[in-house]
Design a protein around this ligand. Structure first.
Ligand code: NAP
Length: 323
């Protein structure tokens, strides 16, 4: 299987690193597998110079992999023709990087390509479908805490590091089975979902409230939920996002609110979100793909989302001030 990883950062560097490791060595777990990483800047230079180093609570490793900032170059190195394309393109960029990243994906996507995004949010399914054809696109998400610690180095810190994915219509197709077998060979915990759109929305319902509130308040989750007004706003955001998902025709479980609140209250009170950390560090933020998506879908389906809207505005204004 020829695999291109679009964005070898926290998510793509970790899972791409595991895939590249499985495809390398004298007796590879993925015989005939080839893995290429799209990266850029100093991170790319370091990967080319000394390989990709992964420091993980599940075991450290260093792997040599084909890497480039040009999709055309990756395609050539992987031996991929434009007509055929790579077998699997994993998309792991931040939402605001997707338009440029799709330009680089162009030479890697052909007749035999499955595109599997691992990003938070749901809008990217439409963006990828419009650009490359909806039948090429699978749904996916991951549970992991991982980031670029330094150029060429990924630090993965969470107990969970798993991928959930599936066809958008829920069928268990040959390509889903092939991808699952590839993940299994690479030691990537995974689950095939029969309703990945619901699963992606469930994650969005949680992360729009969790990421949005911790970022807007610049306080850890425990403090947000420990403050009566913070807790009420958080709960309203969850209810708004559930109402939007239902109005959009997503089969959200009857106890979705209880599930999301149980998850939220069960987390480490010191937990912070990457949205919060990105905002504090003056980096671009993914708020438009999180609260922004809930607000947009709400407008489309006639559902009011005042708390999601207010939190989005606060984060956007803070981000604009930090820029
Ligand atoms: N990290 C986590 O623990 C985690 C967990 C669950 C879900 N997610 C989701 O997964 C997605 C990816 O997040 P992440 O944390 O992995 O992001 P990240 O660490 O910023 O990684 C993305 C990488 O892609 C690179 N990139 C973007 N566009 C590129 C291009 N055109 N050419 C070459 N390289 C390009 C970025 O380079 P630059 O830095 O130069 O832009 C960056 O190195 C997001 O939607 C996030 O919400 C993340």
């Amino acid at each position: 299987m020829r695999i291109a990883v679009i964005g070898a950062g926290g998510v793509g560097g970790y899972f791409g690193g595991l895939l590249a490791r499985a495809a390398s060595g004298d007796t590879p777990a993925l015989p005939g597998g080839r893995v290429g990483l799209l990266a850029r800047g100093r991170h790319l230079e370091a990967i080319r110079r000394q390989g990709l180093h992964v420091e993980s609570v599940h075991g450290d490793f260093t792997v040599r992999a084909v890497a480039s900032d040009r999709g055309r170059e990756l395609a050539a190195e992987l031996g991929v023709t434009p007509a055929e394309g790579a077998d699997l393109v994993l998309v792991a960029v931040k939402a605001y990087s997707l338009p440029d990243a799709m330009d680089e994906m162009e030479p890697l996507v052909g007749a035999s390509t499955a595109i599997l995004p691992l990003m938070n949010g749901v809008d990217h399914l439409d963006a990828l479908g419009q650009r490359f054809g909806r039948d090429r696109v699978l749904g996916g998400l991951c549970h992991i805490e991982s980031a670029i610690a330094a150029a060429g180095r990924i630090r993965q810190r969470s107990r969970r590091r798993d991928i959930t994915f599936g066809e958008l219509d829920g069928r268990e197709t040959d390509r889903v089975r092939r991808i699952a077998a590839t993940f299994a060979a690479a030691g990537i915990p995974h689950r095939v979902s029969d309703d990945i759109v619901r699963d992606m929305w469930m994650k969005l319902i949680f992360i729009s409230a969790m990421g949005g509130m911790t970022a807007a308040a610049q306080r850890p989750l425990g403090e947000v939920l420990g403050n009566p007004a913070g807790r009420e706003t958080y709960e309203r955001m969850v209810r708004e996002a559930i109402a939007v998902a239902r109005a959009a025709g997503v089969r959200i479980p009857a106890d979705a609110f209880e599930q999301v609140m149980e998850t939220s209250l069960g987390m480490d009170p010191q937990m912070t979100s990457s949205l919060q950390r990105d905002l504090a560090a003056g980096r671009p933020v993914e708020i438009d793909a999180l609260c922004g998506a809930v607000v947009r879908y709400g407008r489309r389906h006639g559902v009011d989302t005042p708390c999601q809207q207010a939190v989005m505005a606060l984060v956007q204004l803070r981000a604009a001030g930090a820029a």
